[in-house]
Design a protein around this ligand. Structure first.
Ligand SMILES: [Zn+2]
Ligand SMILES: [Zn+2]
Length: 290
């Protein structure tokens, strides 16, 4: 049995960013420059402008030292999804597979937004997520849903899809509209350099983790062993198919050897710190030898 890890080529440098923001161009209360300033003041490394069904050009703004990605939240006529690094405005279509296919052709990639938003916690019905093909991942944490109906976390949806064999990543985005949405969650990206190309490659390949406050200094994979070093972590949970927790490890250092006998097709690691501080790794797949 071998371990498939998105962190095999993890670099030492980490870059922090949010891929989901709104401004006065649609339903946010700050101008896009004010939104950029707020994230720049918090030392973010990258940010995506993603107003509803609107594409804005980062070149129109002072980037405040960040990498700015053009983006769009496709909203009208169906479930919301992000077009990351959008070079053109993709038109909404009630059949979201048509939208996802258009994104594939256009370049950039798609992320499913806030699956558990709404009074029935089902902005995206699970059957629809199972039907659709071509998205790189889902928001496993959506900041604005902390103050809206539904549930900010969507690891339940992720585990169902992962168990069905989908190779998709978990992303964490503020979905910034007003000040209290700022810095609720972010993506920590391992990359060779602080360039748009390197960040996008890691974001597309799963070479990042999601955090609401914790920093993981290193994620190392050697054979079937995953090690994490993170001074602020108090407890790790190893989670497998259908979201089952099959190990809990206390303390800041994790060294977990995946047993070939484990009845799981993948596992992922949730890291807990003080209060609500948490981090989520991407999944590691267990592959039987051919
Ligand atoms: Zn949305
Ligand atoms: Zn949004």
């Amino acid at each position: 049995m071998s371990l498939i890890s998105p962190y095999e080529h993890a670099h030492k440098q980490q870059f922090r960013g949010n891929l989901h923001t709104h401004s006065t161009l649609t339903d946010g209360i700050y101008s896009m420059q004010e939104v950029i300033d707020l994230y720049g003041d918090r030392n973010f490394d990258f940010l995506m402008l993603s107003d509803h069904d609107t594409l804005s050009d980062p070149a129109d703004y002072d980037d405040r030292g960040m990498i700015l990605f053009p983006g769009n939240e496709i909203t009208a006529q169906g479930g919301h999804l992000l077009h990351v690094n959008a070079k053109e405005l993709i038109q909404p279509d009630p059949d979201r597979q048509v939208v996802l296919d258009a994104i594939e052709r256009s370049g950039g990639f798609a992320i499913i937004n806030h699956p558990n938003w709404g009074c029935r916690f089902s902005h995206w019905p699970q059957k629809e997520l199972e039907r659709l093909q071509g998205y790189r991942g889902i928001e496993i944490y959506n900041g604005v849903t902390e103050r809206a109906e539904g549930e900010a976390q969507a690891t339940d949806r992720w585990d169902m899809l992962l168990t069905q064999g989908r190779k998709i990543w978990g992303y964490g985005n503020d979905d910034f509209h007003i000040l209290c949405d700022l810095e609720r969650v972010w993506n920590m990206v391992f990359a060779e350099s602080r360039s748009a190309e390197a960040l996008l490659e890691s974001l597309e390949r799963g070479n990042f983790y999601v955090s609401t406050g914790l920093r993981l200094d290193t994620i190392t994979v050697c054979g079937n062993r995953v090690s994490i070093s993170a001074p602020e972590v108090e407890c790790y949970r190893i989670i497998g198919d259908w979201g089952a927790i099959f190990a809990t490890v206390e303390g800041p250092e994790l060294s977990f050897e995946a047993d070939p006998e484990l009845p799981f097709s993948y596992f992922r690691i949730e890291c807990f710190g003080k209060g609500t501080e948490k981090a989520w790794t991407q999944p590691f797949w267990l592959q039987a030898p051919h």
